[in-house]
Design a protein around this ligand. Structure first.
Ligand SMILES: NC(=O)c1ccc[n+]([C@@H]2O[C@H](COP(=O)([O-])OP(=O)(O)OC[C@H]3O[C@@H](n4cnc5c(N)ncnc54)[C@H](O)[C@@H]3O)[C@@H](O)[C@H]2O)c1
Length: 437
């Protein structure tokens, strides 16, 4: 393909050389005449493993050149990749003005022409920016609606500086946030020869995956360092502990616990987070992440309560009381906490959880109920369907052993607040509201 790349920094310079290696004809554009001159001399404008050789080879073969003239680059290509910087503005938000400027330049260069063109945003931008901000800029500058001749997509870059050429060839996945089929197909063709799973999604989801990835990586580094500070006070070498910890790819380094739903609870997670915090406090090690995990969990409970209160209706039926499906364990259950808060706000409440059968509760569980919600016995509904019929708001946490079809059928005209993230519930006739989606 004939490719224009706007912005010859880390992303643009690596993409230019690697796409040329894949056989594309690449023209790079930068406002820096010095970077443009370097590339045209066959020299890379950045220092990275393998990039000097790749750039020299691509330029020598006539596959990669650079110019400062944006319009000429657009006219010489069928697809334009935008990889200019998005630095942090003084108020902490990303400064999108460089992307705005380039998108407007591309649009102006496309105005009045007939050739089809795909514009691809590769800079890291906040969710919604491609569709809500750059699409109108492009349409206005080009003087026509997108989706016919001109297509717009978002395609995040996952390279890591220091090993970016290898990362280009072995990305974790290729994500294409496309606004049209032609846009998707064009971006996909760009990566023919790169072995990775291609995932098509909407632009805002694609934009969010890039931000989520970097936030997650930052969180992982900070977690490991915080864990090391805490464990050091207990005389444990965290290098050894975390090496073994990371070998658990079932729960620790895996998709487990990475699905949005309701707050965590139970007899282990809150207790052991508190234990880590107490070790940190005792050893005077700072533990903001461990403390924030508890605060964030509380905030999720607040969000559920706020969602119920925002309905302006009552009474409520709550599906799920045990801390997770498939158990009768009520200790530190977030559903118990939610039930208490609802009662505290004066809501008439019925609870459906067939696993929590009052007559069979024993030991610690029985003690917990007697201490925390002694009146819960009267709140437990005998019949799930009758409870739904009597309620105006269905709060759905989990419902092991309940006929979900019956809830869905009976939900018409009611509000359903989903704490579980169960997609099937969206199909019920109720006014569906997710707690975090
Ligand atoms: N560096 C990385 O590892 C990495 C990885 C993935 C994504 N990203 C994202 O990609 C984007 C670019 O990052 P980078 O590190 O390559 O940035 P960079 O600052 O190294 O390069 C940006 C380039 O854009 C040029 N530029 C600015 N305005 C221009 C214009 N109007 N026309 C043409 N060129 C122009 C600059 O001169 C510069 O050469 C950012 O949004 C960044 O967050 C970076």
């Amino acid at each position: 393909m004939k490719v224009a790349i706007f912005g010859l920094g880390y992303v643009g310079a690596v993409s230019g050389a690697c796409l040329a290696e894949l056989g594309h004809e690449v023209v790079g554009v930068d406002v820096s005449g010095a970077k443009v001159d370097l590339i045209n001399r066959g020299e890379a404008p950045i220092v990275e493993e393998m990039i000097a050789e790749l750039t020299a080879q691509a330029v020598q073969l006539g596959k990669f050149r650079a110019i400062t003239d944006a319009a000429a680059a657009v006219h010489a290509s069928e697809i334009s990749l935008v990889s200019v910087g998005t630095p942090t503005a003084p108020d902490g938000t990303p400064d999108l003005s460089y992307v705005d400027h380039v998108v407007a330049e591309i649009g102006a260069a496309l105005k009045g022409r007939r050739e089809p063109h795909i514009v691809v945003i590769r800079s890291t931008v906040p969710p919604g920016a491609t569709e809500k901000r750059f699409a109108p800029v492009l349409e206005q500058a080009a003087g026509e609606k997108l989706g016919q001749r001109i297509h717009l997509a978002f395609n995040p870059e996952f390279l890591r500086e220091g090993r970016s050429v290898r990362d280009f060839h072995q990305p974790p996945f290729t994500i294409i946030g496309a606004m049209s089929d032609a846009g998707f197909e064009g971006v996909k063709r760009l990566y023919d020869g790169v072995e990775s799973e291609t995932i098509r999604t909407d632009p805002a989801t694609a934009e969010s995956i890039k931000l989520l990835s970097n936030a997650w990586h930052g969180l992982k580094v900070a977690f490991a360092n915080e864990a090391a500070r805490i464990l050091k006070t207990a005389g444990v070498d965290a290098r050894k502990a975390l090496e073994i910890f990371a070998k658990d790819t079932v729960l620790n380094i895996s998709p487990a616990y990475l699905r949005p739903g309701f707050a965590f609870g139970g007899s282990c997670l809150p207790k052991d987070l508190r234990a880590m915090i107490s070790i940190a406090d005792k050893g005077q090690a700072s533990a903001p992440i461990m403390k924030a995990a508890i605060a964030s969990n509380e905030a999720h409970l607040d969000a559920a309560l706020a969602a119920v209160r925002a309905c302006g209706r009552r009474p409520v039926v709550l599906f799920g009381l045990a801390f997770k499906p498939g158990t009768d364990d009520l200790r530190e259950s977030p559903y118990v906490a939610l039930a208490e808060r609802l009662i505290g706000k004066g809501y008439a409440l019925q609870i459906v959880d067939p696993y929590v059968d009052a007559s069979r509760l024993m030991g610690k569980n029985k003690e917990f109920i007697e201490r925390e919600i002694p009146h819960f016995v009267e709140l437990m509904a005998r019949d799930a369907e009758d409870a739904v019929d009597a309620a105006e708001i269905i709060v759905y946490g989990h419902a092991t052993g309940v006929d979900k079809g019956a809830i869905i059928e009976r939900g018409i005209g009611k509000v359903l607040i989903d704490l579980s993230g169960d997609k099937e519930l969206e199909l019920c006739g109720a006014d569906y509201r997710g707690v975090g989606w």
